[in-house]
Design a binder for this molecule. Structure first.
Ligand SMILES: [Zn+2]
Ligand SMILES: [Zn+2]
Length: 543
């Protein structure tokens, strides 16, 4: 609002200067007009430089946006495939987990079996111990027997039999020996059986136990292997999650960058809107002052007419008065003459002469008031090549579609059109057309129609093809904007030089500059835009 108020003040001063100028001589008027144009030009320049300072590089932004869109799409694919990978790992983990659970249950079962076996081993050991005791007991008995025989001095059965006192004694002794021998045999046999059984049982139990222990060890190994596999999968799962988190955070960064670029673009458009509003305010104020001046002059003219009318009425009144006096004088003279004549007639009888003058005098001529306000603020700059440029278009067979002519005479190839370009996730916007061919460098860029230069950026030493933006002129490099009548603007970008300046009036076809590759430009071309009341139009509807 402050800026707008500033513009209104400037406009008011400008009109004040105009009113003063009309009072002075023609030479003074020229001086004052020049001052006014200078003030306007200075204001526009300040305005333009303010905007240039904050302008962002739209073309660079669009390229960045395209790159980011690709990255976002790629990242999304990566996330999708990583999610699939994670899911596969998750499934494997579930499978391994199930196997581990099955193994755990088998191990537990085996443990139960081992426990049961150990119990039966313990029971068997008790039995074996009993048998062992029996053996020990039997061996003890046998030893007692041997001891008794030794004590008796009978070293052998034959000694006992031989040492018999009589046959009966001998028979008795023989029977005894036999029985003792049988008993001894049986006892020894029993002992041997017991010992064998004990050893067999023990071996069997131990074998069974060893088998179970082997089986259990095997199961434990399997379990360990599965647990290792599960742990590895767990690590993969966590890594996958980390990758997804990282990709998601990248995705966020890309999206934020994209949002920032969109914001920059919006800000640039806002500045152009501001410029447009300011231009509108100046024009409205100028028109209002002009209307006021016209009304003032109309009022002065009306008053002058009234004054002249009154003067004329007074003149007529005086004329009538004079006529009346003359008539009276004539009547008086006539009466005198008549009296004299009567006297003479009375004397000689001569006739009368009618010399009455009916001429009422002058005719009224109306001279109109001088309404020339001396206001001619156009700075006529006669370009040497404007008509040449227009006829060059005609000679090349170019037929004008509208009031606008082709901005680069002799070069009619459009390499990039206006409108939305599909870049995948989002769409980009190209605000104009790019005019390009292989020998366009240094060709003349001409005003598509007559108008006033309202914006110029003529600094960019980077006149060569590049895939990035040097940032000069908000990405347009060296460019200018022309304001035409009826709310039209045209923009010409990427020139190697601009030869017009802000505030200057240009004719249709007048050279504005020369084709270059400044700003964000991959090669020599002219970026051409048409705006109507600040809104971008498709230039191909106009040229
Ligand atoms: Zn540059
Ligand atoms: Zn372009």
């Amino acid at each position: 609002m402050n800026k707008l108020t500033g513009f209104k003040k400037i406009a008011a001063c400008t009109v004040a200067v105009l009113i003063c100028a009309s009072v002075f001589s023609g030479a003074g008027s020229v001086v004052m007009n020049a001052e006014k144009a200078q003030a306007q030009s200075a204001e526009l320049k300040e305005n333009q430089s303010n905007i240039s300072d904050t302008k962002s590089d739209i073309e660079e932004l669009i390229a960045k946006q395209e790159e980011l869109d690709k990255k976002i799409a790629e990242t999304k694919d990566n996330i999708d495939s990583e999610e699939e990978n994670k899911k596969a790992i998750e499934e494997q983990i579930t499978t391994v987990q199930r196997t581990i659970m099955a193994l755990t249950s088998t191990i537990s079962q085996t443990n139960d079996e081992i426990t049961a076996l150990e119990q039966s081993i313990a029971e068997k050991e008790v039995q074996v111990n009993e048998k062992h005791e029996q053996i020990v007991e039997g061996v003890g008995e046998f030893k007692e027997r041997l001891k008794a025989m030794y004590v008796a001095g009978n070293n052998s059965y034959s000694d006992i039999i031989i040492g018999s006192s009589d046959f009966y004694d001998m028979l008795m002794k023989m029977e005894l020996v036999k029985r003792v021998a049988e008993h001894d045999d049986k006892m020894i046999d029993d002992l041997i059986v017991l010992k064998d059984q004990y050893e067999a049982d023990e071996a069997e139990l131990n074998a069974e136990k060893t088998e179970l222990e082997t089986k259990q060890a095997e199961l434990e190994t399997q379990k360990k292997a599965h647990e290792n596999q599960r742990d590895k999968l767990q690590v993969l799962f966590e890594e996958s999650q980390i990758a997804i988190d990282e990709l998601s955070s990248n995705q966020e960064i890309y999206k934020n960058n994209l949002a920032m670029i969109e914001q920059d673009k919006a800000e640039f458009e806002k500045h152009l809107e501001q410029l447009y509003m300011e231009r509108m305010a100046i024009q409205t104020e100028e028109k209002r002052k002009a209307d006021e001046e016209k009304a003032r002059q109309e009022e002065a003219r009306r008053k002058e007419e009234e004054r002249k009318k009154k003067e004329e009425e007074e003149k007529q009144r005086l004329a009538l008065e004079k006529q009346r006096q003359e008539e009276e004088e004539a009547a008086r003279k006539k009466a005198e003459a008549d009296a004299a004549a009567q006297q003479a007639d009375d004397n000689s009888g001569s006739g009368s002469t009618d010399d009455y003058d009916t001429d009422s005098g002058s005719t009224i001529t109306d001279t109109p008031a001088d309404t020339d306000d001396g206001d001619d603020d156009t700075q006529l700059y006669i370009p040497p090549t404007a008509s040449d440029n227009l006829s060059k278009n005609a000679q090349n067979g170019y037929v004008e579609k509208s009031r606008f002519t082709w901005p680069v005479p002799g070069h009619y190839n459009v390499s990039s059109g206006f409108g939305y370009r599909n870049w995948g996730v989002l769409v980009g916007y190209h605000g104009g057309i790019d005019i390009w061919d292989s020998n366009i460098y240094n060709a003349e860029i001409v005003a598509a129609d007559a108008g006033t230069v309202i914006d110029v950026s003529n600094y960019c030493p980077h006149d060569y093809g590049k895939s990035y933006s040097c940032g000069c002129g908000g990405g347009y490099g060296r460019y200018c904007i022309i304001e035409h009548s009826d709310g039209y603007w045209t923009l010409y970008g990427h020139a190697n030089n601009i030869v017009v300046s802000v505030g200057q009036y240009v004719e249709k076809g007048q050279v504005l500059g020369y084709v270059g590759s400044t700003g964000h430009s991959t090669g020599p071309h002219t970026h051409f835009e048409v705006r109507l009341n600040g809104e971008r139009q498709d230039p191909q509807n106009y040229v």
